[in-house]
Design a protein around this ligand. Structure first.
Ligand SMILES: [Ca+2]
Length: 167
C-alpha cells in the first residue's frame, strides 16, 4: 500500500485560529499532520483530532483540510497497515500535551523534568499518531518522549525516509 504523511491547514475558521497558535509555536507552515494509506480500491486518512482519532475517506477529509506538504513513505503490505493503524483509531485527543509542547517550545529545559511519557498512547495528538505509526512500521525512532513529538520533530524525521510529493 502507498503511505503518505500529510501536513496541512484547516479550512474551518475556529480551527485555523487554534491551529494558527500551534503553527507559530512550532515554527512550521502547517497546523496538522495525518496519515494517508491507499491501494487500487480506496484512499483513506487516519488522524488524531478532537475528540477522538478517526479513519475516514480521503475525499471527505479533503473537505476539511488543505495540504501544505506531502511525503511518500516506503510501501507497506495491506496487513501491516491494518495491524499498525487499528490501535491508533478511536483514541481521545490530548489538549494537555499541546500545552506541554507549547511550554517546552518557550523553555526547552522544561522537557527534562519528564523522564517517562505523560499519557503515552492512551491519548494522542496529531504528530504523535503519525510518529507512532512510523516507529512501528519503519526502522525509525524519535529522540523525544512520544508525548513531546511536535510537528517540527515529525517533519524532520519524515524527511529522512520519505520523498516529497507536494509542497
Ligand atoms: Ca500521548
Amino acid at each position: 500500500m502507498r503511505i503518505l504523511v500529510l501536513f496541512c491547514t484547516s479550512k474551518s475558521g475556529i480551527k485555523r485560529f487554534f491551529g494558527g497558535s500551534i503553527e507559530i509555536l512550532d515554527k512550521v507552515p502547517f497546523q496538522h499532520a495525518a496519515l494517508l494509506y491507499s491501494d487500487d480500491r480506496m484512499t483513506r486518512v487516519v488522524e488524531s483530532i478532537i475528540p477522538i482519532s478517526r479513519d475516514i475517506a480521503y475525499e471527505e477529509w479533503l473537505n476539511h483540510y488543505t495540504i501544505v506538504e506531502a511525503y511518500e513513505m516506503p510501501e507497506l503490505t495491506p496487513s501491516a497497515v491494518q495491524v499498525f493503524i487499528k490501535p491508533l483509531v478511536g483514541k481521545p485527543y490530548s489538549v494537555f500535551q499541546l500545552l506541554l509542547i507549547s511550554i517546552s517550545n518557550y523553555w526547552g529545559h522544561f522537557k527534562t523534568f519528564f523522564k517517562t511519557d505523560v499519557n503515552g498512547s492512551q491519548t494522542l495528538i496529531c504528530s504523535e499518531l503519525v510518529a507512532e505509526f512510523l516507529e512501528s512500521s519503519y526502522d525509525v525512532s524519535f529522540d523525544e518522549l512520544q508525548d513531546f513529538i511536535s510537528l517540527k520533530d515529525l517533519r524532520e524525521k519524515v524527511r529522512t525516509i520519505g520523498v516529497k510529493r507536494i509542497g
